[in-house]
Design a protein around this ligand. Structure first.
Ligand code: NAP
Length: 287
């Protein structure tokens, strides 16, 4: 593939930023990638591992002379980072992000962009429970979706450039209205993380005659709770930023759990079998 971007800055060279960098380097579509991170040890490691070509001491320094900036820091930090780098952006620079929540970020970032620069919201639907540059790998986005969230004011050429980079990284790109994105991902991603954390919390603090219940974990518990090993600070930010949609999802889940509880309490075997069968059909359908 030919070069699409001469110089790209990645602010937050963790799992997502680092994997994006590796995928783009492998595809040969970016000439130089400069990394910025608030954790100097992580940044040094990113350079040593060949995730980025250069590192910069500050975000403002890192974005100077770039045609595109990718913000891959926790969601609540994205507008603040953009505010910090805005005066240093070159005319025409495109800023995009990989944050897991979109409506608040897109609204804030569009406001903060200097005239002549363009913001495009994005969210790659790929990840693991690990963090940091050392956890990044080039194939993370292969065959996965990346959702871009343009609005009516989004520059179409900027949208196309961001879309081409994600495609070069192996992703299938689609577009969605930011609020719609947040309601969908409250259900399919943010609720499962909240439930996994709550489940581990409940079981970890359960008192069964003084036994350490967690010492009996087997495959099922581990499979179900893998995502509760994700970074707590990242999920704090996501829960707070997508609060309204997540609360609605939690209410829906609570109603479902209450329904299940009622059927167990009533000894309603047929009702339970029906409940489990419907859930199994949904689950089997996604495999
Ligand atoms: P990560 O591995 O923890 O990487 C984030 C990096 O950004 C860390 O090195 C962090 O340093 C650094 N950082 C935090 N605040 C910063 C700031 N203000 N300026 C510069 N660097 C800063 O996190 P990640 O999993 O890549 O997630 C990054 C973004 O991708 C988040 O917005 C998340 O919502 C989104 N996302 C994540 C996943 C996933 O599965 N992980 C999937 C899709 C989208 P510290 O360690 O010192 O905080």
């Amino acid at each position: 593939m030919s070069v699409i971007i001469e110089r790209l800055a990645i602010v937050g060279v963790g799992l997502i930023g680092g994997s994006f960098a590796l995928a783009l380097r492998e595809a040969g579509v970016v000439r130089t990638i400069v990394g910025v991170d608030r954790d100097p040890a992580n940044l040094e490691q990113a350079l040593a591992l060949g995730v980025v070509d250069e590192i910069a001491a500050s975000a403002a320094q890192g974005v100077r002379g770039t045609q595109m900036v990718f913000l891959s820091v926790p969601v609540c930090s994205i507008p603040g980072v953009l505010q910090e780098i805005a005066p240093a952006l070159d005319p025409g620079c495109i800023v995009t992000d990989g944050g897991s929540v979109k409506a608040e970020i897109v609204a804030a970032c569009q406001q903060l962009m200097p005239t002549g620069c363009h913001f495009v919201g994005g969210h790659p639907i790929a990840g693991t429970e690990h963090s940091g540059a050392a956890a990044s790998f080039a194939t993370l986005f292969k065959g996965k979706r990346c959702i871009l969230t343009p609005t009516e004011t989004t520059d179409r050429q900027a949208l196309q450039a961001v879309s081409r980079l994600w495609q070069a990284a192996g992703a299938e790109v689609c577009s969605m209205e930011p609020g719609h994105h947040d309601r969908i991902f409250a259900e399919i991603s943010h609720l499962p993380h909240a439930v996994a954390y709550a489940l581990v919390h409940a079981v970890g603090t359960a008192d069964v005659e003084g036994e350490n219940v967690l010492s009996y974990t087997a495959g099922g518990f581990r499979d179900f709770t893998r995502i509760a090993s994700s970074d707590p600070a990242m999920w704090r930010d996501i829960a707070l930023m997508n609060r309204a949609a997540l609360l609605a999802s939690i209410d829906g889940f609570s109603a479902s759990l209450a329904e299940l509880r009622g059927r167990i309490d009533r000894g309603d075997g047929d009702g339970l079998a029906e409940f489990f069968t419907i859930a199994k059909q949904f689950r089997d359908g996604i495999l």
